[in-house]
Design a protein around this ligand. Sequence first.
Ligand SMILES: Nc1ncnc2c1ncn2[C@@H]1O[C@H](COP(=O)(O)OP(=O)(O)OP(=O)(O)O)[C@@H](O)[C@H]1O
Ligand SMILES: [Mg+2]
Length: 277
Amino acid sequence: MLAPLTRITHATRLAANGSLAHRIHMEGRKDEFRELADAFDTMLARLEAHNAEQQRFAANASHELRTPLAITQTLLDVARNDPRHDNGELVDRLHFVNTRAIDLTEALLLLSRADKRTFTREHVDLSLVAEEATETLLPLAEKHGHTIEASGDITPTTGSRALLLQMTTNLVHNAIVHNQPEQGTIWVTTSRHPKAVVLTVENTGEKLSPQMVSTLVEPFQRGTARIRGNHTGVGLGLAIVKSIAQAHDGTLTLTARPNGGLRATVRLPAAPPHTGG
Ligand SMILES: Nc1ncnc2c1ncn2[C@@H]1O[C@H](COP(=O)(O)OP(=O)(O)OP(=O)(O)O)[C@@H](O)[C@H]1O
Ligand SMILES: [Mg+2]
């Protein structure tokens, strides 16, 4: 039985050398050593989970980035080995694959930018941002035969207008492309509460299980093939929404709607009252 301080020092050294799996598990009465050891164990658990998440992310991102490059390689190989190949078709397919690779890279850059929290903060009315996102995506909704119902209060908050627009656009875009095949409805609502402003984007669609909904925010998660339909996205849209919400000290909540479809709720701190100037 080692002295408490020795055990804590030992654990610190292990952690400093990169071993995050070790825990002190101090037993005995609740004195200052025990409190320090418990706090240290909690910190290690957090670091270990964060580390695992980062590794998963890097592995998934590498895999996703390799896919379009591998497809490009195959297309080029096939073209080289087929003397009668159709150049026009090759160019079209390369262009398509390349566009996807650019989309993916841009999504990754956006994610790291939001995570770093280095943007400048300004006064933003979330209801105007929602209006802009909705107007921009209206033609896409109409193409699918969907209806968008937008309503809401003035919702003043603080943050990056560009990032909040991106966040709202991702949610409304999802509500259109992951809706039922046609004649669906999308509700975009903003509301103001004493300390928070809330943006809700809801859509009709296929019934989703709560278990499945809980995985959708994970980077590169794309639901089931059946739900995906014709739309194959990058799978970073909701991860970006969550990261932007968190960078604004807010939260993203997803819930399955009882009759099918999804409700996404973003809650952000309300802006402090305007002091003029
Ligand atoms: N509004 C929604 N209604 C139903 N399912 C949804 C909705 N939003 C997201 N999903 C499901 O969650 C998955 C992940 O969404 P996310 O936005 O992260 O990625 P994506 O839309 O597939 O690709 P992209 O990176 O282009 O946005 C989707 O593939 C879809 O299965
Ligand atoms: Mg999406």
